[in-house]
Design a protein around this ligand. Structure first.
Ligand SMILES: Nc1ncnc2c1ncn2[C@@H]1O[C@H](COP(=O)(O)OP(=O)(O)O)[C@@H](O)[C@H]1O
Ligand SMILES: [Mg+2]
Length: 394
């Protein structure tokens, strides 16, 4: 099947669009990215998203309108993407849309009772004519799971090493890891959870110190000029999230704009300048990752495979290499997958599994009582043809 994966993560930087080719079934699945592009949100759209996530600023009418407007952005991005890459939309079977998370509600006991992604699938299906599957997290939550990280199951399907334990580490707005047992180990289950803040605290502080001129620390250039403050770093790592046992997930509710602005004040009161703050927050991500491996990895991790925007930050990457040694640190490219479009591929694979009536999770990964078939299907113009194909194939 040809599936377009749409990923719009907690960084609210834009939407990643990937055309994927997927065939086979669990145990023998082939999935590749044929093309990928990122469509950055306009600064106005980004601000509307960040405001909608903010309990002080959000308004129900604005959220309702944003749900439609952001879906228009998704649909326009898909049309541009098809043009730029020279294919017709009627050659695509499905669209898999993650949506933009506004709120991921973690209760004090660590369980999740709601996760809210916007981006109206009716608009996407109407504009593109393609059957669209979205809202992937809700069913896992209804089954008692965290609804995240959903990457873990696809990592398990596609990325196990023949003989080594791997950590598949994504660094988006938040960080999330999958510990993958080798194919030779038929007993162990994978483990997946959010490691904590990835780039989110960092991005807020860069926006704050550059008066919005920069939205992130490109290539870690600001962090490189700072002095890493070990004492503050040590205090930051006392946050109860890091000690909490898995399954666990987090988001901007805990590590977003509000938290970042408070931390900046705290750091300034300690006498840190902007470079030291950015440097230490970069180190916080590297350290919370290494710390999570030490606490929770069930076996020695031989290889760490980095992905997500954070892997473009050389300062962050070199700290991670230092902290997880002697494990080898690789990029998804080293195992044949684009780091930037990996998550879009993940959602394409989940939609594929949904289309064939198979679950997209393992209870061990999200803490759900049972594995569930994920998502909601909105028929496009190709729906009838798809159904015929589906039932003559099986
Ligand atoms: N060249 C770079 N240097 C440093 N950081 C980068 C670079 N490119 C991307 N990033 C970081 O990655 C983030 C986007 O990562 P992404 O994987 O898209 O996250 P999400 O899935 O949350 O949208 C940016 O906000 C930025 O912090
Ligand atoms: Mg992104």
């Amino acid at each position: 099947m040809r599936i377009i994966g749409l990923m719009s993560g907690t960084s609210a930087d834009g939407v990643d669009v990937a055309l994927c080719e997927i065939s086979g079934q669990p145990g023998d699945m082939q999935a590749s990215i044929l093309a990928g592009d990122t469509y950055a949100y306009s600064s106005d759209m980004r601000q509307r998203i960040l405001d909608a996530c903010d309990r002080q600023k959000s308004r129900v009418d604005e959220i309702a309108i944003l749900n439609t407007d952001i879906a228009e952005v998704f649909a326009t991005s898909i049309a541009q993407f098809a043009d730029a890459n020279g294919f017709a939309l009627d050659t695509v079977d499905l669209i898999a849309s993650h949506g933009q998370t506004l709120w991921h509600n973690v209760l004090p006991d660590g369980s999740v009772n709601a996760s809210f992604q916007i981006g109206e699938s009716a608009v996407i299906a109407e504009r593109t004519g393609i059957t669209t599957i979205n809202n992937m997290r809700a069913r896992d939550i209804a089954a008692g799971g965290q609804g995240a990280p959903l990457t873990g199951y696809v990592d398990w399907l596609l990325l196990r090493h023949p003989s080594h334990w791997r950590a598949i580490q994504n660094i988006g707005g938040m960080g999330n890891v999958t510990f993958l047992p080798p194919l030779s180990d038929t007993q162990s289950q994978p483990i997946a959870f959010d490691t904590g803040p990835g780039n989110a605290l960092l991005d807020v502080s860069v926006m704050h110190f550059t008066d919005g001129q920069q939205t992130y620390d490109k290539d870690g250039l600001l962090a490189k000029q700072g002095r890493l403050d070990e004492e503050w770093l040590h205090d930051l790592l006392q946050h109860p999230y890091y000690q909490r046992d898995y399954p666990k997930t987090t988001g901007r509710e805990m590590f977003g704009t509000e938290a970042a602005l408070e931390l900046i004040e705290e750091a300034q009161a300690r006498g840190l300048d902007q470079y030291a703050i950015i440097s230490t927050l970069t180190a916080l991500t590297a350290t919370n990752i290494a710390d999570a491996y030490e606490r929770f990895a069930p076996a020695r991790i031989d290889e760490v495979i980095l992905g997500g925007g954070g892997h473009h930050n050389p300062f962050m990457r070199s700290l991670i290499e230092q902290y997880v040694a002697p494990a080898t640190v690789l990029s998804h490219e080293d195992i044949g997958i684009s780091s930037d479009f990996k998550e879009a591929l993940v959602f394409a694979v989940l939609a594929y599994e949904t289309w064939y009536g198979r679950p997209g999770t393992l209870p061990a990964l999200t803490g759900a009582k049972q594995a569930a078939i994920l998502g909601q299907i909105t028929p496009g113009d190709n729906y009838d043809a798809l159904l015929r194909q589906r039932f003559t194939a099986s």
